[in-house]
Ligand binder design. Structure first.
Ligand code: ADP
Length: 507
């Protein structure tokens, strides 16, 4: 008869107890051993030897309290553990245990009561794992989190109850860990936010979107408010089951206050600007209607002084005729002034339609308008150079600049005015250059204001409104104007306007 050895049998047919022993013997990451009902070590696997350093014959037969520290022995912990295991079937614990050489390791321990079918206690199975490394890294992590005082870092269980609390949380919110762990995090919200369901919404958003980020008022333990910036992230295990939430809160009350202040100033400024714009608009409407209404009496003065001269001129002495001339000159000046003021205020009220305009044509119109003497003005403008502009306004701007160039001539040298234009990127620069009296630098800003003149009207006639019209007209055409001038040498005014494609021109 052939002898069949157990080892020749397929696994399932072998004695399962034997296989189990082989399994236990091959485990080296866990100490797995049996205790008798009194706690005496009965078996010892290689994992136990590796972990606790005892060989089987050194420990089998000894009481398992050998593995416990002095303080644990003093409170009779080993015996207590066996009692609990015997009573409830199972005992689990984490704590310091001793190796043979007296060094400590952090152990996760499970003790299981082993009973016969009739309930007789046979002993205990004990499984021990060395978690020293994990504990050290957890400790490092905890110390790291706890060392952060600028941020409140804490965790919640899936229902929103606080489960951990760092020193930053204590500093910012005023609760110690003992006071708050176990409480619901909605305690940090204002009653209004709580009533509006904000805390629930925060967790729901974090749960559904994997993230919540927001700012808002929160309450400290003492009831005071702080403006917080919050990030909430769900914590899931390997299977994806929700384990809770991590929450990081920062107190940004100072920043919020600063922002509020800036915002307040900004809206104040906005209000002032609006008020000023309204006042300006009112003033302009006022000056427009005044100028407008001045025209009728002015016409009467002009008309009647002409009639006086025609009908009664022969009866007036020479002095009387002189006075009449003065009246006439003054009324002409005034009607120029009124016309300029009307032009100026009209410009600020209208929206200009900007279309492609040929620069050359506008310059020609302007020269025609001021009836410039021949031979003074030279023109250097490339054919077809076109800008986006409003034709009448551009002509008026150019006429004013050319008029000034002619007017503020330098005595004792041949007068020359040059109008040029050139493409400068997306823009066109149009220059009006004269060799006149020039303007001192300190006056170069002022002359663009209404009624600002550097000379008396006897010396150079004018209203002081021309350059104000020029500047406003250019701005209305989305352009800008600059001046370069030197007293005794001459002035160059440069207008910059957006270039228009030559093909589109219709100016
Ligand atoms: P007006 O020509 O009616 O006096 P403007 O507003 O056109 O008013 O000009 C304001 C002032 O700027 C002039 O009175 C003059 O003093 C100065 N100014 C303007 N253009 C020139 C120029 N081309 N050369 C010298 N001075 C000028």
């Amino acid at each position: 008869m052939k002898v069949i050895r157990k080892a020749d049998l397929p696994l399932g047919k072998q004695d399962s107890g034997h296989i189990f022993n082989l399994l236990i013997d091959s485990v080296i990451d866990y100490a797995i051993f049996l205790l008798d009902p009194n706690g005496i070590v009965a078996t010892w696997n290689p994992g136990a030897q590796r972990l606790k350093q005892y060989k089987p014959d050194e420990i089998i037969g000894k009481h398992f309290s050998t593995f416990y520290t002095q303080p644990d022995l003093e409170i009779r912990k080993p015996w207590h553990e066996l009692e609990v295991a015997a009573e409830t079937g199972r005992y689990e614990d984490e704590g310091w245990r001793l190796r043979k050489d007296g060094t400590k390791f952090w152990a996760n321990v499970i003790i299981i009561a082993i009973r016969e079918a009739d309930g007789t206690l046979l002993g205990f199975g004990k499984i021990t794992r060395d978690l020293t490394e994990r504990r050290a890294s957890e400790l490092r992590y905890r110390l790291l989190i706890d060392g952060v005082t600028d941020y409140a870092i804490y965790s919640l269980d899936p229902n929103g109850n606080v489960t951990s609390w760092n020193s930053g949380a204590q500093r910012i919110k005023g609760y110690t860990g003992d006071e708050i762990i176990g409480s619901h995090f909605s305690n940090f919200y204002t009653p209004q936010d709580r009533d509006a369901g904000v805390p629930e919404r925060v967790l729901r958003t974090a749960f559904e979107q994997g993230h919540f980020e927001g700012e808002g008022w929160r309450l400290r333990k003492d009831g005071t408010r702080f403006w917080s910036s919050v990030v909430v992230t769900p914590i899931r295990d390997e299977e994806g089951t929700l384990r809770g939430f991590s929450k990081i809160t920062r107190d940004i009350t100072d920043r919020k206050r600063l922002l509020d202040e800036i915002q307040h100033h900004a809206s104040e400024l906005e209000r002032e600007i609006q008020e000023r714009e309204r006042t300006n608009a009112e003033l302009e409407a006022f000056s427009y209607s005044v100028s407008h209404d001045l025209r009728a009496p002015l016409r009467a003065i002009e008309g009647f002084s002409s009639a006086l001269r025609e009908d009664f001129g022969s009866q007036l002495p020479a002095e009387g005729l002189e006075y009449l001339d003065e009246i006439r000159t003054a009324s002409i000046r005034m009607s120029n002034l009124v016309q300029d003021l009307l032009d100026y205020s009209r410009l600020s009220r209208v929206e200009l339609d900007l279309v492609p305009i040929l620069i050359r044509e506008s310059v020609d119109s302007a020269i025609q308008e001021i009836a410039a003497p021949v031979g003074i003005i030279s023109i250097e403008i490339p054919d077809g150079l076109t800008v986006f502009a409003h034709r009448l306004t551009l002509v008026q701007v150019l006429a004013n600049l050319l008029d000034n160039g002619l007017k503020f001539r330098s005595a004792g040298r041949e007068q020359k005015i040059r109008v040029s234009a050139s493409l400068d990127g997306p823009a066109v620069a149009i220059q009006v250059q004269d060799n006149g009296i020039g303007i001192e630098e300190k006056y170069q800003d002022r002359i663009f204001k209404v009624f600002e003149r550097l000379h008396g009207t006897e010396e150079y006639p004018g209203t002081g409104i021309g350059l104000a019209i020029v500047q406003r007209g250019v701005e209305k055409m989305n352009g800008s104007i600059t001046i370069a001038s030197q007293p005794g040498v001459g002035s160059t005014f440069t207008i910059t306007l957006l270039a228009a494609p030559a093909a589109e021109r219709n100016g």
